[in-house]
Design a protein around this ligand. Structure first.
Ligand code: ATP
Length: 315
């Protein structure tokens, strides 16, 4: 049985060492919010399936090969010739400020539709994870998310949404129009504090009211990510805050996806809210302390590494 099914667009990712307009060396990898979560979960020992479309090109092969190598099931992912594999460029501009450039309009991934993802939910997984990025890619991906969420919820599968608003892909109003109707079908909502209003009812005016409205609508757990300030988890029974782990910041990109992987891992393991948040902030810290979106994510055996004394060598 698959523990977590997820789907979305995974792109080829190029990371520049220098400002892109100056040229120079770039490192090739892959990046996508949902596949980052899938890799994080696979490293923690869970059975994960990622579904999506890549182009019939070498970068598409790279995406599938990378996910396979990380132990992610890609049996329902496929190459589609209607567009190329998307491309994302990361440029470290100053300090830890990263600039992202997308070449994803018209990509193969933007042709994903419900017919591509429904077979991947049969037999039903324990959890379905979706993000608010996928519905921003076009009408097919939006329908895929809405149909998958409805289908999974009807089958009793817990659904997690990471709101992950991407303002370069769609407006806040457009996001709210798609995400709010899904709220009552969700078990876990994960959002940054400025994203909660995109899934909570428009009538809720404060974070407190938004959380209360979501819990009232049937969401079991609302988790608010606060970057270096950690995260707050809310259930009907309790509200807990977890501090971020103190680590040297190498690359902030991917922290949110690592956090989601840690949290869902805790949920699958039956940890209580404190345990889930602890695993989430630990995975988030691994992501910020290592380069790349997902490359530095911990295996289960490595979760305790952050407790080693700074500067120590593990022999
Ligand atoms: P992104 O979209 O860049 O992946 P996000 O906005 O979704 O990130 P954040 O709130 O920035 O998510 O980070 C998620 C979690 O990662 C935080 O709750 C925290 O636990 C951890 N984290 C983020 N920044 C830091 C940091 N500077 N130091 C330690 N942990 C961090």
């Amino acid at each position: 049985m698959i523990d977590v099914a997820t789907f979305g667009e995974t792109m080829a990712a190029l990371r520049a060492r220098d400002p892109i307009r100056l040229g120079g060396t770039m490192r090739l990898s892959v990046a996508g919010a949902e596949s980052n979560v899938a890799i994080g979960l696979a490293r923690l020992g869970h059975r994960v399936r990622w579904t999506g479309l890549v182009g019939t090109d070498e970068t598409g092969e790279l995406v599938l090969r990378t996910l396979r190598a990380e132990g992610v099931d890609v049996s329902h992912a496929r190459a589609d010739g209607r567009g190329p594999t998307g491309l994302i460029l990361f440029e470290r501009r100053i300090g830890d400020l990263t600039r992202v450039i997308y070449h994803r309009a018209g990509s193969a991934g933007s042709f994903l539709d419900a017919a591509d993802v429904l077979p991947a939910l049969d037999p039903p997984p324990r959890l379905l994870h979706v993000t608010g990025i996928t519905p921003a890619l076009g009408p097919g991906p939006a329908d895929a998310v809405c149909t998958a969420v409805r289908t999974a919820a009807a089958a009793g599968v817990r659904v997690c949404l990471d709101v992950n608003h991407r303002s370069r892909l769609w407006t806040r109003d457009a996001a709210a129009e798609v995400l709010r109707p899904l709220a009552s079908l969700l078990s876990v909502v994960i959002a940054s504090d400025d994203e909660l209003e995109l899934v909570a009812p428009a009538s809720a005016a404060t974070e407190h009211e938004r959380v209360a409205a979501l819990l009232d609508a049937g969401v079991s757990e609302v988790v608010v990510k606060r970057g270096a300030d950690g995260a707050t988890g809310h259930t009907l029974a309790e509200t807990l805050h977890a501090k971020a782990r103190r680590v040297p910041v190498t690359d902030l990109v991917g922290a949110g996806d690592a956090f989601v992987a840690g949290h869902l891992s805790g949920l699958l393991d039956g940890l209580d809210l404190a345990g889930r948040l602890e695993r989430a902030v630990t995975a988030g810290a691994f992501a910020v302390a290592s380069p790349g979106d997902w490359e530095g994510l911990p295996t289960r055996a490595e979760l305790g590494l952050l407790d080693a004394l700074p500067g120590s060598t593990l022999r």
